[in-house]
Design a binder for this molecule. Structure first.
Ligand SMILES: [Zn+2]
Length: 461
């Protein structure tokens, strides 16, 4: 039994100076195509708005420019001789990257405006500046492969680029015919170059080590995660805090230099750029360390337990609370949930997401009584009804774990419940709005965010 998934493999690159020049040219070309397309769309939209304000009938307005990738690419190919006489110096993939980014940005904006897109409102795309965008170029055609020395990747127009680590894991899968590279994106982050391969992988479906075990995971504030089965809690990655002093020092150094000022149009000094780059490097390292800790946690959980229950935290709402904000972004709740969703799928387990309003912290795991109020500062749960005294997060994790047992007992396999499709009232309680809270078991939700339909979306990050 195997499962076909789209997965990303990322390697840090060590390009030669010549390769860096070629890469910079390509990401610059992507930006040019993006800005060219955006300028046209903007001009078209404001032309139509102006005509409408003169009272011209809708049918007589200047026609709308198509903003699908296909339409824009066609227009670009007609205009490129004028707009970018140097176009032949770069692969066509560079221009395609920019236009694809623009097509997605416009789609996100349009969907968001119509209310068809989840999450925060998406604004109208803005022009990309050389300083402010994260440069990337995606190759989908041509020679994209891993070299047999497992130390180089070969890309169109760039040749073999050295990697910092061995490409062995992916190389072996490709050699066995279990993986196929769909595309390669090269991107600069904090002054380093990375390649990210989008790969179609045949994964053998495994069984978790304990298929019948259920674990409730409380993504806490104090610890990264607390478990219902009393395994030691996963500590919050403290890398941020240890690196913070360094970050504070570097930030102070940045603020002493002459930074950019949009109001006066003042350009940043070279010293400011150097100091800022140094600060960004520390930030980047902290992010990597945190990402690593989260991956290790979710892999261990998915490989061990048959069922994992987590809370559906309203992360966007919680981050608005400034004092909690750092801790939560630190813990990366959203990433944990997303990773658990696809990793349980790979490892043959089930992820159950409890309803957002399920009072996992306020319920007594011993007798089921729900407190009306529980301060965040109360770290220990004390039940007035049955006298239970328990760590707050362990209590919440136990409630989450008990949720799955109840769902399974009541309705057969919980994987068949869709979001909102199966509402159940918790048994044994009556009265009050809490008591009538519905909870739903939601199977792993993968591929939130951009639609997975176009085959380019990869799981994780
Ligand atoms: Zn109790």
């Amino acid at each position: 039994m195997s499962l076909t998934v789209t997965q990303a493999y990322r390697f840090a690159l060590d390009p030669t100076p010549r390769q860096v020049r070629v890469l910079l040219r390509h990401v610059g070309a992507a930006r040019v195509a993006y800005n060219w397309g955006l300028a046209r769309i903007k001009a078209n939209l404001s032309q139509r708005a102006a005509e409408r304000s003169y009272g011209i009938a809708d049918a007589d307005l200047t026609p709308v420019l198509g903003w699908s990738l296909y339409a824009m690419r066609k227009d670009w190919n007609q205009a490129k001789g004028q707009v970018a006489p140097w176009w032949a110096a770069c692969s066509k993939e560079a221009y395609n990257t920019g236009l694809d980014q623009l097509a997605r940005a416009l789609k996100n904006w349009a969907d968001s405006r119509r209310g068809e897109r989840k999450g925060c409102r998406v604004g109208f795309p803005r022009f990309k500046s050389r300083r402010r965008h994260s440069p990337a170029v995606r190759f989908t055609t041509g020679v994209i492969r891993l070299e047999d020395d497992r130390r180089h990747v070969r890309l169109p127009r760039l040749g073999a680029i050295k990697t910092y680590e061995s490409t062995r894991k992916l190389h072996r899968r490709i050699a066995d015919g279990r993986a196929r590279i769909l595309s390669a994106t090269v991107r600069a982050e904090a002054g380093r170059w990375f390649v990210s391969f989008t790969v179609e992988v045949q994964r053998a479906i495994r069984a978790p080590a304990r298929p019948d075990a259920v674990v409730g995971v409380d993504l806490g504030v104090k610890a990264l995660a607390v478990f219902s089965d009393r395994r030691p809690p996963a500590e919050n990655p403290k890398h941020y805090d240890t690196a913070r002093r360094k970050l504070v020092r570097l930030s102070r150094a940045v603020s002493r230099k002459q930074g950019p000022d949009r109001r006066t149009g003042r350009q940043a000094s070279n010293r400011w750029h150097a100091a800022n780059a140094a600060r960004n490097r520390v930030h980047h390292r902290v992010t990597n360390l945190r990402g690593d800790a989260i991956h290790k946690l979710t892999t261990a959980l998915a490989r061990t337990y048959g069922s994992i229950v987590v809370e559906d935290l309203h992360v966007a709402g919680m981050v608005k609370n400034r004092r909690l904000a750092r801790v939560i972004s630190n813990a990366g709740f959203g990433r944990i949930r997303r990773q658990l969703a696809y990793k349980t799928k790979w490892d043959g387990g089930t992820l159950i997401v409890a309803d957002r309003w399920y009072p996992s912290s306020r319920t007594c795991s011993g007798c089921g009584v729900v407190k009306t109020k529980l301060c965040l500062s109360e770290r220990t749960y004390v039940c007035a009804a049955c006298g239970l005294v328990l760590d707050r997060d362990v209590n919440a994790a136990l409630n989450l774990a008990s949720l799955v047992k109840r769902v399974v007992a009541g309705s057969g396999p919980e994987t068949e419940n869709g979001r909102g499709a199966d509402h159940k009232t918790r048994p044994g309680r009556a009265g009050g709005d809490e008591a009538s809270t519905l909870h739903r078991a939601v199977p792993a939700r993968v591929g939130q965010g951009p639609s997975p339909g176009n085959g380019r979306i990869t799981e994780d990050h």
